[in-house]
Design a protein around this ligand. Sequence first.
Ligand SMILES: NC(=O)c1ccc[n+]([C@@H]2O[C@H](COP(=O)([O-])OP(=O)(O)OC[C@H]3O[C@@H](n4cnc5c(N)ncnc54)[C@H](O)[C@@H]3O)[C@@H](O)[C@H]2O)c1
Length: 284
Amino acid sequence: MAPTSSAEGPGLLRGKTGVVFGALDDSSLAWYIAEAIYREGGRFVLSNAPVTKRFGQLEGLAEKTGGSPIIYADATNNDDLTQVFEEAKTHFGGPVNFVVHSIGMGINVRKNKPYEGLNYDWYLKTLDISAVSLHRAVHAAMEAEAIADGGSIVALSYIGAQRIFSEYSEMGDAKALLESIVRSFGYRLGRKGIRINAVSQSPTRTTAGGGIKGFDALFDFAEQISPLGNADAASCADYVVTLLSDLTRMVTMQTLFHDGGFSSMGISDKTVEMLAEVMANNGT
Ligand SMILES: NC(=O)c1ccc[n+]([C@@H]2O[C@H](COP(=O)([O-])OP(=O)(O)OC[C@H]3O[C@@H](n4cnc5c(N)ncnc54)[C@H](O)[C@@H]3O)[C@@H](O)[C@H]2O)c1
C-alpha cells in the first residue's frame, strides 16, 4: 500500500496566505487541497461561484480550516475576481503567497453535445470558465498587487490537454488553453519572482469528473495502465502543497503530471491480458 501523509504535516506552508478557488463539496480536489494547506500551516480565503452558495457546503470547509473567509465570485467576471483579491489582501493585511485555481466545467460535455456538433456559445463559456478564468484571476490579482514576490499559483489540468480521450471533447481544448496560459503568464510573472504551474491529475471521482461521459471507463483504464495506479485527491493535495511551498521555488511554467505514471505509459501487461481475453472471447 502506498504511504499516506501524516495528519499533522511538517508545516511547509507556515506563515503563508492565499486564495483557493473551486471547492464545491468534500469530493472536490480543491477541498482536499484546502485541508492539506491548512494542515501545513497555510491560511486562505475560499472562493466559488455565487450559485454554489445555496448548496451551503463551503461553510463547513471554512469552519474546518480555522474560519476561512468565503468570497463568492464568478470566475468569468473580472469585478468579482478583483473583489476576491482586494478582500483577501485586506483580510491578511497584505498580498497573499499562493493561489489555487481548481475550476472547470464543460457545458457541451454536460449537455451531451458531441465535439463535431458543439454549441459555440456553450463552447466559449466552457473555455471561459475552465481556462480564461485563470488569466482573469491572475490579471485581477496583479492589478490589485495581491500576490507577494516569491508567490506560487497552481491550476489543475488533465492529460486530455495533450492527447485525445474521446469523451473529454471540448474540455481537451480548454485544458490546452489553460496550460498555454500557464506558460504565457509564467514568463511574465517570473520577472516578479512569482511562479505558476499546472498539475495534470489522474481521473478522480468528483462532481466535475463525474460529468464526463464514460468517466468510469477512463478511470478504470488509467488505473490499469498506471504503474502506481490512479493518484487520488488526497495525494494530489499533498503534491499541490509542495508546489505552493518554497521547496519548489525554481519550478515554473510547467505541466506537472500527478498521475501514478500514466503519462509515460504505452501499454501494460494487464491491458495486454485484458485484450487477449476479449479477443479470445470474440474468437479472433
Ligand atoms: N476530477 C477529475 O478527474 C479531474 C482530473 C484532472 C483535472 N481536474 C480538474 O480539477 C479541477 C477541479 O475539478 P474537480 O474534479 O475537483 O471537480 P469540482 O466539480 O469539485 O470542481 C469544479 C469547480 O469549478 C467551480 N466553478 C464552475 N464554474 C465556475 C465559475 N463560473 N466561477 C467559479 N467557479 C466555478 C465549481 O463550482 C466547482 O467548485 C478542474 O479544473 C478539473 O478540470 C479534474
